[in-house]
Design a protein around this ligand. Sequence first.
Ligand SMILES: NC(=O)c1ccc[n+]([C@@H]2O[C@H](COP(=O)([O-])OP(=O)(O)OC[C@H]3O[C@@H](n4cnc5c(N)ncnc54)[C@H](O)[C@@H]3O)[C@@H](O)[C@H]2O)c1
Length: 389
Amino acid sequence: MKIAVVGQGYVGLPVAIAAAEAGHDVVGIDVDPEKVARLNSGKSPIGDLTDSSIAGVGSKYEASSTFEGIDTANVVVICVPTPLDSAHNPDLTFLVSACESIANRMRAGVLVILESTVSPGSTRGIVKSALDKSGVEYLLAYSPERIDPANKQWNVKNTPKLVAGISDVATVRALEFYRSFVADVTTGSSVEVIETAKLLENSFRLINISFINEIAEFCARMGIDVREVIDAAATKPYGFMPFYPGAGVGGHCIPVDPSYLVAKAREIGAPTRFIDLANEVNLSMPSYFVGVAAGILGGLTGKKILVVGVAYKPDVSDVRETPALQLIRLLREAGAVVAWHDDLVGMWNNEHSVILTSGYDLAVLVNPHTGTDLSLLGSTPVLNTRGGY
Ligand SMILES: NC(=O)c1ccc[n+]([C@@H]2O[C@H](COP(=O)([O-])OP(=O)(O)OC[C@H]3O[C@@H](n4cnc5c(N)ncnc54)[C@H](O)[C@@H]3O)[C@@H](O)[C@H]2O)c1
């Protein structure tokens, strides 16, 4: 089949390459011409996908900064960003723009699948309204992406996929498409069930991580190691799932997606107390650790602090929504002289990563990557936001 994947980021690119590996002819469409040029020269912009994976699919994949590939596509997969605006409300600008560009060119009979995370009701609402302007008959389905960057075990092909169409035919066609490269595909009875399932998954993580952050604060005051407590609780073989503390959640999903659920809940008058509280706890974590640092050092004015690992999680270079941003800002506002080390990020906010050395008053570990040699810190005191040492 001819496949067009709109948005060639952390989600769209792995989907495009997996579809090409399954033998489909894939065009990866992106509005970022630099990214397109890079992809067409065989260079992967994301850590999880190697240059050799792109080379491996040869002419089965090409990137494009125009929407011409939509003209002949049998399947169009939408993987554009769905962030929050400055008021913390869903920002659907990218999605609406992508749908309009697709509607201008799509042909009759095409199957359009939305993979971007959205509020329940958006596929049948916003997306369908935009695509209806095409004036052609088409099929529409929703299938949320579950990719977990830097996860060595679970990838596009072996992570179970959820799918639902707005008609039975759309469900069947979407099922067929994904079964050509995903091992386990499950359908739901409506797109709203699957849209809500995706938000349940990520809200579940936000709430539990926020909860363990409160438990970590409790353990710190008790003088016990939260990691040891979690490991002890995790010996229970049922009814418990370990989550680990940190300076707050980051990335494009966990801090963002629950607010898409909240937006819909407000619209229909349903409560979201758990998500609201989890957001509050999560956003307070940087400020909590600034207080801990001040306590360790007896004040922060003029103190030299090294923040280690500024990406939103270990082993990725992605700094979207990273709690390190707020942590560094608050430390500087309190008078500390802050540098940061992160080999994968390298350059961020016009600042360079510094090398790991001793000579700091305090090192604050946010998300150190695997293999970061903390022994280089020498006798520098360490505040580990992730608990344990
Ligand atoms: N990153 C993750 O781990 C992850 C996991 C599951 C789901 N998601 C969801 O998947 C969606 C995409 O996220 P991502 O992390 O891949 O984003 P990303 O920013 O890495 O990539 C999105 C790409 O879309 C391009 N784009 C923006 N507007 C466009 C348009 N109108 N037409 C064509 N291309 C356009 C951007 O240039 C960018 O390259 C979001 O809804 C996100 O919530 C992300």
